[in-house]
Design a protein around this ligand. Structure first.
Ligand code: RP5
Length: 167
């Protein structure tokens, strides 16, 4: 089966920081692939992969990288598919470099950039799912249920806090 979401990361060392992305994709049963490729170490592979992704059936690409983090921008330059950029914490500047280099794409080639940390990694998958859900009613229903469950968890936490702190 073709993978709807292609996840690419700049290094195998990035894997622990994209676990929340993969967890959400698994939770929603979204078919995905994961590849290691680097905009500076394997530039030709990145270009070839991005250029052929749509023909391979990919609908959304998530590109995760740390440090100078040009991976998402390079991928976006070689495809017309939506590209979600996930900057990763770590290195000398602890991700600030990755955040700025991913989010500050010059006009003309968009990268939808998420935040640093596990929240950003989780949201990368949820944004990909929102894009896919536009054409997949069953996935859209699961997304609605996810948000109902999330709201219910907040309501339960609110009740618990009130009972404990405002008896
Ligand atoms: C980036 O450089 C990768 O995405 C990774 O976050 C960072 C360091 O890579 P390694 O030196 O650990 O392979 O390209």
């Amino acid at each position: 089966m073709a993978c709807d979401v292609a996840v690419v990361m700049g290094s195998k060392s990035d894997l622990p920081r994209i676990e929340s992305t993969l967890d959400i994709l698994r939770e929603f049963d979204v078919p995905f692939s994961v590849r290691v490729m680097s905009a500076h170490r394997t530039p030709k592979l990145v270009a070839e992969y991005a250029e052929t992704a749509d023909k391979a059936g990919v609908k959304v690409i998530i590109a995760a990288a740390g440090a100078a983090a040009h991976l998402a921008g390079v991928v976006a330059a070689h495809t017309r598919l939506p590209v979600i950029g996930l900057p990763l914490k770590g290195g000398a500047l602890d991700g600030l470099d990755a955040l700025l280099s991913t989010v500050q794409m010059p006009g003309g080639v968009p990268v939808a950039t998420l935040g640093l940390g596990s929240g950003g990694a989780k949201n990368a998958a949820l944004l990909a799912i929102r894009i896919l859900a536009l054409g997949q009613p069953q996935l859209a229903r699961r997304l609605e249920q996810f948000h109902r469950d999330q709201a219910a968890a907040v309501a339960a936490a609110d009740e618990e806090v009130q009972q404990n702190l405002c008896p």
